[in-house]
Write a protein that binds this ligand. Structure first.
Ligand code: FE2
Length: 141
């Protein structure tokens, strides 16, 4: 069992850094929550724990997006509109997963965490990394 858990965990790597410490810390915390979801699923698949974790993750993602958006405004980042649009479409997608769960009284579907994981990897390495290049070149402190 433990071997399976270890295989599913995602590990932070230096190449995920977006060159802004506070944003890297947020991303690490999101990785951490995704890893907790994998552990819960593999150990006892407790649906209450999973839905609590999903709420925690959604709240934290909102706080995280808000932090990024404030930084982009402060440094007059040229691609801010596109970036905010990505955050909005992520939020809508996750909320629709949540609505489905409530409507159908179903167990939490595994793919909501998979969706978050895939989205986050892609978003960090493209959209956030572009923002980080720009802001760090403005002598971000
Ligand atoms: Fe972002």
């Amino acid at each position: 069992m433990m071997h399976g858990v270890i295989c599913m965990l995602i590990e932070w790597k230096d190449r995920y850094s977006v060159k802004i410490d506070v944003i890297d810390e947020h991303h690490m915390k999101l990785f951490d929550m995704l890893n907790r979801s994998s552990v819960i699923k593999l150990q006892d698949n407790n649906q209450d724990d999973l839905s609590r974790l999903l709420y925690e993750l959604i709240n934290y993602a909102h706080y995280h997006f808000y932090t990024e958006e404030k930084l982009m405004m402060k440094y007059d980042y040229q691609n801010i509109d596109l970036h905010i649009l990505e955050h909005v479409s992520f939020t809508n997608k996750v909320l629709s997963y949540e609505r489905d769960l409530i409507d159908s009284h179903n167990n939490i579907s595994e793919d909501v965490f998979d969706f978050v994981k895939n989205w986050l990897f892609d978003h960090i390495q493209k959209i956030d990394s572009d923002m980080g290049e720009f802001i760090s070149s403005k002598h971000y402190v």
